[in-house]
Structures are given as C-alpha cells and as structure tokens.
Design a protein around this ligand. Sequence first.
Ligand code: PLP
Length: 301
Amino acid sequence: MQSTNQFVEFPLFAEKQVTLVLKREDLLHPFISGNKYRKLKYNLLAAKAENHNTLLTFGGAYSNHIAATAFAAKEKGLNAIGVIRGEELKDSWQSNTTLSRAYDDGMRFKFISRNDYRNKEDPEFIKQLKKEFGEFYLVPEGGTNSLAIKGCEEILTQEDKEFNIVCTSAGTGGTASGLINASFPHQKVLGFSALKGDFLKNDIMKLVSNDRWELITDYHFGGYAKISEELILFINDFKEKTKIPLDPIYTGKMMFGLFDMVKRDTFAPNTRILAIHTGGLQGIAGMNSVLKKKNLPLLNI
Ligand SMILES: *Cc1c(COP(=O)(O)O)cnc(C)c1O
C-alpha cells in the first residue's frame, strides 16, 4: 500500500528555491490514518499468528492510536481493550468523539488515574490486566515497538530517492526511526518533536541504524497537545491555500517549524524536501471542542 506524493507551492519556498512535497499518508485509509496504520500492520499479523483474539493498548482521550487500534481490531475480527488515561472520563467519555467512535468500533475501556497510567510498562501491572481481561496481545502506547518500526520503514519508496531531506513529526519516535532506517545514504531525516523534553533523542538513538538524522525541538508549542492562536491560524491558512488539512498536535507543528526553518535559510537553494503527512485528522473535532471552551479560533475542517 503506497501513498501519493503531492507537490505544494508557496511563494516562500519559490523565493528560497526549496521544493516541498507532501507524502499523503493521511489518505492511506479512511479511518486508520497515516503512521498508525503502518505501525499496526505487522503487530496485527503477529497477533493473528500467535492466535490471540484480543488486543490491549494504552492511550489518552484524543489518541489517534486508540482510534486506529479500535478500527483495525474490528477489521481483523479481534477484540480491543483501551486502557485510557484519566479516571474522570469514566462518566463523560460518550461526549468524546475519539472514544465514542472507538466504542462503536467495538473497543471496551478501562479508565485509570494518571498515576496508575505511569505503570503502563510495569510487568506486574500487565499481569493484573491479564487477570482482569484474560490473555491479550499487547500493543504499547503510541504503538511503537520493533514491528511498528518495520511497518514505518515501508513509508519510503524508490521514487523518494530524489529528495535530500525527509521530515516527520515525532511523538514516540517510532515513525522517525523507520524513516531513518529506510532513508537513502544521501538523505537526512528531520524529526519535529511534538513533545517537550530531550528524552526522545535517546529513544530514537536506540532504534536506528545510522546517524543521518536530527531531532528538531523548537516547535512543540509548550508541549504535547498544547496549541496557540498562531498555530491555529497557520493550519487554517495552509488548508485554505493547499486544500490539505493538517492536525494540530503533530503535522501542523511540523509544517509550522518547516516554514520557519525555510524562512531562516536553514536549507540551501535546490534542497528537495519530502514532508510526511502522518495523518491525525480524527483528532481535530476533539481539539475544536477544547478550543471552543477557551474562546480560541477553531480549526477549519
Ligand atoms: C502518533 C502520531 C505521530 C507520532 O508518531 P511516533 O511514531 O509516535 O513518533 C505523528 N503524527 C501523527 C498524526 C500521529 O498520530
């Protein structure tokens, strides 16, 4: 399964003689968008091969990974359990678009406190969950493991050889790691961190087979899922001019950062940039309900 590359035209890029092409992974699948589809692919095959009938995974209230896992499990005839961060959602999840859609896809939830959520990798905690739910195939939070990285290595193809720079947004760094491993020797991968903090660099270092990459940490806008009016207006303007929607948590921040770097002459003339549109558009509705409460402008859908 391959996505299409789309050239996008902006006066800024023309002025700096830099080419920008978007790889539309967001269009790969109507519900399991972008990199979450890649990350689940080999995990689903493994779950089936090991004769599991249930997937269990972790995520937050607006998680693209929860949405993707619920839909993929349904498609493969597997049960799905989502362990969700935030006990308070127990009574209000029906009004959350991500969770109610995942429920309609058959996912069942266990809501736990933020404190308990920190144990998500603790073998004791996993054992407890197995007592409660029976055997399951465990997909880690954000979906990143070695099979997920293998799936993300398939994002790049021979035709992408013409680019010098490959950009992606980074959460756990699994997608960036796949791209780094699959990149051609003349290419450099830029991961735009969607989170505050430096740990991501070490995480990626452990997962990759070369050092032709850099983690860009200047465009997280205050941390995971934090957004500003400036970012919203940028995303709306990008949509108006290209007809391509960006999500506010990952791809919007990457594109904002990329524009800023081009403005600052980070890239030499004739640089050819491939930016991966990793998807995440299912989260826009949830973000808009948050923005409405804060009296901020809404994202155009
Ligand atoms: C999850 C996600 C990412 C981050 O992927 P990682 O492999 O965790 O770094 C980027 N973009 C979108 C749209 C996502 O949903």
